[in-house]
Design a protein around this ligand. Structure first.
Ligand SMILES: Nc1ncnc2c1ncn2[C@@H]1O[C@H](COP(=O)(O)OP(=O)(O)O)[C@@H](O)[C@H]1O
Ligand SMILES: [Mg+2]
Length: 250
């Protein structure tokens, strides 16, 4: 019998969403930001959530990441119903299980690159020496070993976002959530950053959930979840994924 976990074709669900609604009250009106959403995302998958502005992408991501509570429905992450968790349990869940990459890099301006990357580890009570060692390893992984002591204002947008990626990865989360992560980058840097995220999560068998309004960026993902008006209307297997070695010469 083959060893468990050796079969890479085996689908292991990491995120399961059932009947998810988010309804905002705005004055007398109700806004159905999420209007009945169901799907599963698996370990090792790069999933893009794509849709126009106002379609519910950020609401969905915030809910998956435990930053906002759903109005109705279930979100099961690694077997845990996160819609049932209390605030302090959600904080622990976020620190232990997930990483975030934001559009605005959210680096601390008073800390250099290594210190920024090491920050999430200090919330876990890791020793300073180990923190810095791990931070340097991840900065190297994103190609920034030469600027590890630079302050954010001494780095380009692309470099700052690489620091943001290293910071998200340093705790080795099962899932990485990215909301328009390349929104502030030029198209060449965008491509590099997407390829980098794609490569790292594939190597480490992590699940990457990326939100974008840009259909082209979604072509870097393994599966594309199309959302409009708070509903997933199509989930597409992306057989012609961009960014792989196979299309390097295209
Ligand atoms: N805090 C809020 N209060 C009221 N309405 C909101 C709130 N957040 C989002 N919405 C509404 O929910 C819908 C989806 O928003 P959002 O998830 O931010 O879309 P996207 O990220 O796809 O641009 C929009 O109509 C937006 O105006
Ligand atoms: Mg948004």
């Amino acid at each position: 019998m083959a060893c468990e976990g050796q079969n890479t074709n085996e689908k292991v669900p990491v995120i399961e969403v059932k009947g998810l609604y988010k309804i905002y009250r705005v004055g007398e009106n109700k806004v159905y930001a999420l209007n009945g959403v169901d799907f599963t995302m698996n370990r090792g998958e790069f999933c893009a959530i794509v849709g126009p502005s106002g379609s519910g992408k950020s609401t969905l991501l915030n809910m998956l990441a435990g930053l906002e509570k759903p109005s109705k429905g279930q979100i099961v992450i690694a077997g845990k119903h996160i819609e049932k968790l209390k605030e302090d349990q959600l904080v622990a869940f976020r620190r232990q299980r997930v990483g975030f990459i934001f559009q605005s890099y959210n680096l601390l301006s008073t800390m250099n690159a290594v210190e920024n990357v090491a920050l999430p580890l200090s919330f876990r009570g890791e020793d300073r020496k180990i923190r810095l060692k791990k931070a340097k390893k991840y900065l190297k992984m994103v190609g920034l070993e030469k600027v590890e002591d630079h302050m954010p204002n001494q780095m380009s947008g692309g470099q700052q976002q690489r620091v943001g990626i290293a910071r998200a990865l340093v705790v080795h989360p099962e899932i990485i959530f990215a909301d328009e992560p390349t929104g502030n980058l030029d198209s060449k840097t965008t491509m590099e950053v997407l390829k980098l995220m794609q490569k790292i999560v594939r190597e480490q068998n992590q699940t990457l959930v990326m939100v974008t309004h840009d259909n082209h960026l979604a072509t870097y993902a393994d599966r594309i979840f199309h959302i409009i008006d708070g509903k997933i209307f199509k989930i597409e297997e992306n057989h012609r994924r961009a960014g792989g070695e196979e299309d390097e010469n295209v």
